[in-house]
Design a protein. Structure first.
Length: 254
């Protein structure tokens, strides 16, 4: 991770909380001897186009444990609304003067820094307001490699104008709706052939965690991050492992 633009501050905001509805406390659950969020942060640090990282937690007392982890990882943290994640993102970005926000979730321990950098590069090149590799149901990457990039100005518009509960809970649906054609939405980034799979590499339930732990047991080495393409190749060769969490349905926005 290093600064790459003297005029624009690019910040990854990782949303995290202890009260996950389906797997409470998952962000601090152990994977290969480290909390899951630790792995997410370390992987985001490998990005070449991100200036700094903010972990955006809720203001509930139990989330103070996440603040302690953020400090150990030497990244910033911000505490805000539990249910209005849009407001939490807006206030975190405003506090740290972030011009371009990269949205990452804390349950993606195989998030790929190369894909994050690709999304940022496309955002800058296309001069759009919002771009992603996971626009609604148009997802060609494995779940868990999800990245959204947007400017502070459109985040502020969404924050000021969103009215629906799901628009506030999930941050990005207001951009997707683009009700008044007020945003320039970049074309959804499609997965290259070597990434294009429907594997679940996120952690939303116990079976997801079982799969991720198996992957980390095989590939993880201290002071290194796992190559996502090696994981995909491994799952291609071992469909019985890939099927551990097959059939799980992603939680809908509405």
């Amino acid at each position: 991770m290093r600064g790459n633009n003297k005029n624009l501050k690019i910040g990854a905001i990782i949303q995290a909380r202890m009260d996950s509805t389906r797997l409470p406390g998952k962000v601090l659950m152990d994977i290969a001897g480290k909390p899951m969020l630790w792995h997410v942060i370390e992987r985001v640090k490998k990005c070449k186009k991100i200036d700094y990282i903010v972990v955006a937690i809720t203001n509930k007392a139990k989330d103070k444990a996440i603040i302690k982890l953020a400090k150990k990882c030497k990244v910033k943290s911000f505490a805000g609304s539990e249910n209005n994640v849009l407001d939490r993102y807006y206030r975190a970005a405003k506090k740290f003067n972030v011009d371009i926000i990269v949205r990452i979730t804390s349950d993606c321990p195989l998030i790929d820094p190369k894909i994050i950098d690709t999304c940022i590069k496309r955002f800058l090149n296309e001069k759009c307001d919002y771009i992603s590799n996971c626009f609604g149901d148009k997802v060609t990457f494995p779940r868990g490699l999800d990245v959204s990039v947007f400017s502070f100005s459109v985040l502020e518009k969404a924050h000021n104008n969103a009215t629906e509960a799901y628009e506030k809970e999930h941050v990005v649906p207001y951009f997707w709706a683009n009700k008044n054609n007020e945003f320039k939405i970049g074309k959804t980034i499609q997965a290259p052939a070597d990434y294009a799979r429907n594997y679940r590499l996120t952690v939303d339930c116990e079976k997801d965690l079982v799969l991720i732990k198996k992957i980390y047991k095989k590939f993880y080495k201290t002071n290194e991050i796992i190559d996502t393409l090696k994981v995909i190749s491994f799952l291609d060769r071992h469909p019985e492992i890939a099927q551990i969490n097959i059939g799980y349905k992603q939680k809908p926005f509405k």
